[in-house]
Design a binder for this molecule. Sequence first.
Ligand code: HEM
Length: 218
Amino acid sequence: MADRPGPVKAFETGKKIIFFAMVAVAGLGMAAFHSGWSKEAAHEFLRLSGRLALALFIASFGASTLQRLFRAGWTRFLVIHRRYLGIATALTLWVHFTVILSLIAFEKGWQEANAPLSILIPGASTFVLVGLMALTSNAISQERLGKKNWRRLHLVGGYAALLAFIYEYVLQLFLTPEGMVPTLHPAISYMLLITGSALLVLRLMKGRLARRVPLGSR
Ligand code: HEM
């Protein structure tokens, strides 16, 4: 079996993951806003950044689940670098949030039609949780918070983000608010919804199985 890369090598690769994710966000920004700011361009950017964040999130939050399912080189890569994939997810989501805040500030009536408080409050709380996860994704924070609190924050934040992604596609497929014009083929939306829901079930099952299996036999 190949040697597991040390923390320095993982850190070097992790920095590259974050760098390329941010280059991708900048590229999506240029593609969406090439003709300047408009409500339509901002929606296009939200769609693109949301999808990039979803891919990064599945790679980080789903890393150990994918490793258990496939046990391949690429799943090992995800497990080793999940901290950096998680930070890249959080940064992408915060750019998503910044554009939402800009729409609220500059486009009259946008918030009422697209982000009523029932969506804005849980959504903003998720962004805050995901931001805290990224800020505490290091050994010093883990030590200061204590393992239990740190794990709690990362579980609650992770599940909140997973539920937000699932809700996004429930919204697109079944609830479609007035201001939203779904651009994905329904088959793709269903696929993303099923992927998110499967990850939720598999993660919850893992928690249950882990509690049932005594520590010594893992
Ligand atoms: C404050 C709450 C939020 C608001 C108001 C909001 C708003 C939006 C809007 C307007 C779009 C574009 C929809 C369209 O025009 O088709 C979008 C896309 C998206 N958002 Fe958010 N968002 C919020 C929070 C979140 C959160 C917390 C997540 C995930 C953690 C998320 C994930 C996504 C995804 C994945 C897409 C792309 C959907 C697609 O594939 O078309 N959003 N969001």
